[in-house]
Design a protein around this ligand. Structure first.
Ligand code: HEC
Length: 188
């Protein structure tokens, strides 16, 4: 126990000294630091390293849109989970309801168009996915298990196809407006 306290005291002292003695950050690191949180230069470098490893097409999104997209995506995955479980127990009403949440609607279409403003091809991929999911709804209405599974397989290949092609690229309002020539605003 005493040993532990000593270790912490030593750690604290080393930390204080190292903070005091730390050389001034390089000018490059300082610029990246501006206005951000703890160790932002390191975080920015790490993000840049990740970005260089990932050759997918960037999908520019404002932070709120990126957050919203991820929420939607997690809902999509939850819907797929519900569909698989409900097919196994032949609960077609549940399959239909979960599939409908993946299907096309006017508001979904508008949101996909907005999300894809800065990346050609994204909106089309999104719309194809939602229209494909409409076939899944139809198959569930017919209580046609083989057709449900075929359609679910096609829907999932549109999930993976889009993931293979695009990565989120979070941008600020100025970048967003420069890329899309749209006024930055909240997603519809
Ligand atoms: C039209 C494109 C597109 C389609 C279709 C699509 N996604 Fe995504 N999804 C994305 C993008 C872009 C990301 C962010 C990927 C990244 O930056 O690495 C994402 C991320 C995700 C994530 C991660 C969410 C998080 O919290 O980080 C999940 C889970 C996901 N998608 C599930 C699905 C499922 C399940 C389907 C199909 C039922 C699907 N997606 C269909 C584009 C798509």
């Amino acid at each position: 126990m005493i040993m532990n306290i000593d270790r912490w005291a030593l750690f604290g002292l080393t930390f204080m000294l190292s903070c005091r003695e730390r050389p001034a950050p390089e000018p490059e690191a300082e610029r990246k630091d501006a206005g951000a949180r703890a160790t932002p230069a390191v975080a920015a470098d790490a993000h840049a390293a990740l970005d260089r490893m990932d050759p997918r097409t960037p999908l520019p999104l404002l932070p709120m849109m990126a957050h919203h997209q991820k929420q939607n995506m997690r809902d999509h995955l939850a819907a797929v989970q519900q569909i698989v479980a409900a097919v196994a127990t032949q609960e077609f009403a549940t399959v239909e309801k979960a599939a409908a949440s993946l299907g096309f609607s006017e508001s979904m279409g508008r949101m996909c168009a907005h999300m894809g403003s800065g990346a050609p091809g994204f909106t089309d991929a999104a719309l194809q996915f939602h229209h494909g999911a409409d076939e899944l709804v139809e198959a569930a209405r017919r209580r046609d298990t083989p057709a449900i599974l075929t359609s679910l397989g096609q829907t999932l290949s549109r999930c993976t196809g889009c993931h293979e092609q695009y990565k989120q690229a979070v941008v600020d309002e100025r970048e967003w407006e420069a890329i899309t020539h749209e006024t930055a605003r909240e997603p519809p």
